[in-house]
Write a protein that binds this ligand. Structure first.
Ligand code: NAD
Ligand code: UDX
Length: 468
């Protein structure tokens, strides 16, 4: 069988870019991305490519190439399901905020709604692909819904987790380290897997396309994110020891990264990992382990999240301690709000926790981020429910000009590693700040020798002061 028509349910950070690349690489396959969020679909259809709902380097050019040719964005979910031979489910699977598993388990209500809608609409056999990150064994729940409420239609469920990282999504999709496809080990399952392998083989070397059983595929995704996040928490744990002992975490990272068994990637100490995946997926893993009674396994992985919380909190604590134990009424400028550079995504960004901690101490925060909107920043704070929205707006300002943002500040905190911060005129910034002028670099981004020679008081995550 050959895939000719795809429907992707969910036009978010994964669905949008992933389907744009499939459409570009497979011009003979019709790809329709659907969503219930009308504003999001309208933004994907915007003539002005700078207004796409997801900012990713290179995405605009691909959308320009394929949109209207074989790539379509629509709110008509039923029609797209009906027409497609293959349906990708790429909806959000956030941490549950209610009931059993609250704060830990993945909330699968959106997945279930999709399965029920597919069951209701489908009149012909279809392949259903789990693109969302799901707890191991979810495919059996989807299959049970499809088999029991469908109209005699045969469904093959495949797991095809996505490994793209935001900010490099297009690069990752064009040249993935691997594509993982899990399916049922039956003749029908093999046929469905082969069809998806052939689709990816349009641009990915077949040696990089792995097929496994469904459960291995589902669990591999959670495992990959747990391992990656664990590296960040491990190096962040070392950063605190570095600060106490006079060691330098960049030197430690380099020294251990040259061991080919450890490798150099993902060893940058930071104010803490953010993003929509790491915390959610580890908590989900912890929940799964607990539900099988594997308490030691659960505790082991939970520590990665606890360490990350500690890293965010100790960054804000350090700002407060350094500013003479009070930040009340002091202007602190945040450079960056996104959870990493080159994305407008702010989900679980360390900046949110750091801001919340400082606002609790009545600091006056001004935020500058090149890609994040004011509306998003306030919505992130309001979601925490720490204070009423009016108070958030009284204490926090968003500024579009970075130099104005830093004028008259007591301190600057670097929360995101945007390249443009390195190119600023730091002498000019120093001249317009209150003295002593403090910089807290949560990303080890700036040249601290240069900053100190200008007169800044610098704190850098993971750099120890040997004289302490
Ligand atoms: P997202 O929130 O950006 O997008 C999900 C979209 O699905 C939303 O626009 C929402 O309106 C839509 N949706 C929800 N229910 C729907 C329904 N019943 N019908 C139609 N549309 C519906 O989420 P995302 O970041 O794209 O993540 C999607 C999945 O991919 C998650 O499981 C996530 O864990 C996984 N993932 C994300 C990343 C990442 O970098 N963001 C990477 C790998 C995997
Ligand atoms: C992650 C996984 O990398 C990706 O494979 C998966 O599909 C989704 O989750 P993402 O969250 O988009 O991707 O970005 P990633 O580059 O992994 O960064 C996550 C967080 O860790 C960011 O806040 C980043 O700044 C931080 N990080 C990353 C560090 O602090 N240090 C590092 O060395 C690497």
């Amino acid at each position: 069988m050959k895939i000719k028509s795809i429907c992707c349910i969910g036009a978010g950070y994964v669905g949008g870019p992933t389907m744009a690349v499939i459409a570009q690489k497979c011009p003979n396959v019709k790809v329709t991305v659907v969503d219930i969020n009308e504003a999001r679909i309208a933004a994907w259809n915007n003539e002005d490519l700078s207004k796409l709902p997801v900012y990713e380097p290179g995405l605009d050019a691909i959308v320009k190439d394929a949109r209207g040719r074989n790539l379509f964005f629509s709110t008509n979910v039923d029609a797209a399901i009906d027409e497609a031979d293959t349906i990708f489910i790429s909806v959000n699977t956030p941490t549950k905020t209610y009931g059993k598993g609250k704060g830990m388990a993945a909330d699968l209500k959106y997945i279930e709604l999709c399965a029920r809608q597919i069951a209701r609409v489908a009149k012909e056999d279809k392949i259903v692909v789990e693109k969302s990150t799901l707890p191991v064994r979810t495919a059996s729940a989807i299959k049970s819904i499809l088999d029991n409420t469908g109209n005699g239609v045969q469904f093959q469920i495949l797991s095809n987790p996505e490994f793209l990282a935001e900010g490099t999504a297009i690069e990752d999709l064009l040249k993935p380290d691997r594509v993982l496809i899990g399916g049922e080990m039956t003749a029908e399952g093999e046929k469905a897997m082969q069809a998806l392998v052939d689709l990816y083989a349009s641009w990915v070397n077949r040696d990089h396309i792995l097929t496994t059983n469904v459960w291995s595929s589902e669990l591999s995704k959670l495992t990959a994110n747990a391992f990656l996040a664990q590296r960040v928490s491990s190096i962040n744990a070392m950063s605190e020891i570095c600060e106490k002992t006079g060691a330098n975490v960049a030197e430690v990272s380099k020294a251990i990264g040259m061991d080919s068994r450890i490798g150099p990637k993902f060893l940058s100490s930071s104010v803490g990992f953010g993003g929509s995946c790491f915390q959610k997926d580890i908590l989900n893993l912890v929940y799964i382990a607990k539900s099988y009674g594997l308490d030691e396994v659960a505790n082991y992985w939970e520590q990665v999240v606890l360490m990350n919380n500690h890293q965010k909190n100790r960054f804000s604590d350090n700002i407060i301690n350094t500013l003479y134990n009070t930040v009340s009424g002091k202007k602190i400028t945040f450079l960056g709000w996104a959870f990493k550079k080159d994305t407008n995504d702010t989900r679980e960004s360390a900046a949110i926790t750091v801001a919340d901690n400082l606002l609790n101490e009545h600091a006056k925060i001004t935020v500058y981020d090149p890609k994040v909107s004011e509306e998003q920043i306030f919505s992130d704070l309001e979601y925490l429910n720490s204070r009423d929205p009016k108070q958030n707006r009284a204490l926090l300002k968003v500024e579009k000009d970075p130099y104005l943002a830093m004028k008259d500040a007591h301190a600057i905190a670097i929360l995101t590693e945007w390249d443009e911060f390195k190119a600023y005129n730091w002498q000019k910034i120093y001249d317009h700040m209150l003295k002593p002028a403090f910089i807290f670099d949560g990303r080890r981004l700036l040249d601290h020798e240069m900053l100190k020679s200008i007169g800044f008081e610098c704190y850098e995550i993971g750099t120890g002061n040997a004289s302490q």
